[in-house]
Design a protein around this ligand. Sequence first.
Ligand code: NAP
Length: 506
Amino acid sequence: MIGSGPAGVYASEALLEWSDSHDESGRGVVVDLIDRLPVPYGLLRHGVAPDHPRIKGIARTLEGIAQDPRIRFLGNVEFGTDLTLADVRRLYHAVVFATGALTDRTMGIPGEDLAGSFGAAEFVTWYDGHPDVDPDFPLTARRAAVVGVGNVALDVARMLVRTPEQLEATDIPEHVREGFAGNTAQIVSVVGRRGPVYAKFTPLELREMAKIEGVTVVVDPDDLDYDDDNTDTPAQSAGSRAARELRESDRRVGQVCAQLEKWAGAQRDAGLATADEAEAAALAAGDKVVRFRFNRAPVEIVGGGEAGAGGRSDSETDGGAGEAGADARVTALRLEITEPTADGGVRGTGRTEDLPVDAVFRAVGYRSSSLEGVPFADRTATIPHDEGRVLDSPGGDPIPGLFTAGWVKRGPTGVIGTNRSCAVETVGHLTEDLAAGTLPDPADGDPQAVRELLLERGVEVVDGPAWLAIDEHEKGLGEAAGRERTKLPNRAAMIDVAGGLSRCQQ
Ligand code: NAP
């Protein structure tokens, strides 16, 4: 397995289960779980928000699987450099690429490279203590916009309004804890280019926003109006009707809308007629605000040279991104007001408004990265495959012995559990090929050969026992502070605790 996140671990599990019930040869199956990080579990460790212990708990399931003696963890091994495609083809009967997706998609609008414009993954990997990212993250924005209305946007918005005290029990590394102490965010706008019925939120995750102490959620009641009597043209009526029908027919959509309507109702009951009034009242009461803004498509991130780090701007947005100086930073997010079309899309109205913000986080989806020598479809940013069998090109021929699972196979959608069925499908074909004798025989199938090769190349492999040393160390750090775990801050600290090569040679 290349990648030890949920997809790689579930694929290992599926393979061992198959071996238990089918492999009569007595040779058994050995799985190497190879990861470029010194620690396993991929996005579960470096993607799931730290204030989501329920989801982080899945780590225990993955741990249980990974502790099977037939699975060997080989961490701190980079595919493409430490081990090439030619190497793994020479060493294994089959290779499953399960490398996930953790780079940010871009929106393709001006200003995305301004200071203060971030991809969600930049923030997520920082707060989740990814060992390779810059330990400093500038949490200096008073007003921030999060673009996208999926669960990652909710994670980012929720974390932006968290206090260090609320994160006290979590496993974040100490430098992240200190970073949150300087967080100045007061108003976080979550921006959807379509209406609420098309939001990708899951109801449980949305409802959580209501439970954060010191935070008021604000909704614009106009965004929740699906009444086609209030429209001007037949096209607008058709769009509103389609939205209303979806709200009524889809259970998840109904629950998401009901939660938004509940917040809007609370504002109304408090005598606050508009979202602006509700926002002002919350701020006056000393709360932070998470405000949902729908039917607004970002068209530009506007920058200005004047605002210092953390400085906020007012709504003057003269000097768009193109005109702003070299040290320009975000001062506003320019939004085009949209209206729904009957097919679930949106059309721009030509009317724009500038939302004054000091930072923009785009949570518009992740992208997988290509792997050296492995076919990759740029358009979808996935490995071309047929139910998990890697193809030489999209729609092309299978490459015997190469497989894929998880987000790099099907794109960045679905919850962690989705990776189990995805991995089962892939492994189903792998074992079919094994039974049919179509897996290529490796030139050097000795299970020790990979370790010898890595040692020869001077790779500081963090193997299973070395990972357990890191795991115990992190638990010890956590225990001292009354929490389950405190993550180590970087790769050097992890390798130091793991004992590097010397431990692995034992
Ligand atoms: P997502 O659910 O696909 O949401 C992406 C959002 O970005 C959509 O609202 C999309 O709007 C919007 N978007 C895309 N391009 C845009 C653009 N150019 N301008 C403006 N908006 C744009 O992706 P995600 O939030 O990254 O989540 C990925 C997967 O991880 C999902 O399956 C999610 O449920 C899962 N996840 C789960 C949890 C959890 O269970 N707690 C937490 C985090 C993530 P359109 O719909 O209009 O394209």
